[in-house]
Design a protein. Structure first.
Length: 256
């Protein structure tokens, strides 16, 4: 786990602008539009109680569920932008352990898993301020509490799940939990590339497993997931060589 100053979330209070919306189409789009009006950029979180057009990775739609967290965060990031989603995945795992005492795991490149099922996802986009300094526009979605029966049925189609039956979010919780996680992300921003890699490998549940990688539903690589490269790419050991994959959908072969 990263080294941080405190172990209680309530004590982490970096300077953070927080925009709380009752409803919006997409926190990611809303925050991206706001950056056009920022001079200078400011670390900002946008949270909502109801998002109906959330963005998933590669343009996919993020399924809207009750008791699910959806927010976006703009923050400066001085390391390679390709490492941002790895760092964010580590931060989410740390947050879930601190707040809910659960151990989540990571699936390349940016999915949050628990007990073999997806409970959340991350998208991270590079954006530059007026001085051409790098910032990350991150979107995070987490299925925390039980969805409705129809939503649960839809989640099951994608082998997705939720964190706990006991979590029921009220209107304030959607904003408060987003704020706590955003604060932890910002608190953990003074880290090194080596610590990001080490923590991600510890959190990843499929290193050493047989995997298939697809692009547009076409298999592009099969083999053993052995590592991640210096830019966050997957390193796959095939029958005759090592292959680096920068993007795609990863499927893990079951263990019999």
């Amino acid at each position: 786990m990263y080294s941080v100053d405190d172990t209680t979330l309530s004590q982490r209070r970096p300077s953070l602008r927080h925009i709380k919306l009752a409803a919006c189409s997409s926190t990611q789009s809303h925050l991206k539009d706001l950056t056009a009006q920022m001079s200078p950029f400011q670390t900002t979180v946008v949270s909502t109680q109801n998002q109906d057009q959330g963005h998933g990775r590669r343009g996919n739609h993020w399924l809207k569920c009750q008791n699910a967290l959806a927010f976006s965060l703009l923050f400066p990031f001085q390391l390679s932008p390709t490492l941002a989603s790895l760092k964010l995945g580590n931060d989410v795992c740390q947050f879930l352990k601190i707040k809910y005492d659960v151990t989540a795991s990571l699936k390349w490149p940016n999915d949050i898993f628990m007990n073999g099922k997806k409970i959340g996802g991350i998208i991270a986009q590079l954006i530059q301020d007026q001085d051409q300094q790098p910032w990350i526009l991150a979107g995070i979605g987490l299925n925390l509490g039980r969805p409705s029966p129809s939503e649960l049925q839809e989640l099951s189609k994608f082998q997705a799940a939720f964190l706990s039956e006991s979590i029921i979010l009220n209107n304030d919780d959607y904003h408060q939990i987003a704020s706590e996680l955003a604060e932890l992300i910002c608190q953990n921003n003074a880290i090194t590339e080596s610590s990001i890699f080490a923590e991600w490998k510890k959190n990843c549940y499929h290193i050493g497993r047989q995997v298939i990688l697809l692009e547009n539903d076409q298999v592009i690589c099969e083999g053993t997931f052995v590592d991640i490269g210096s830019g966050g790419q997957a390193v796959i050991k095939t029958i005759d060589r090592f292959q680096e994959i920068w993007s795609g959908t990863l499927r893990i072969r079951p263990i019999f």
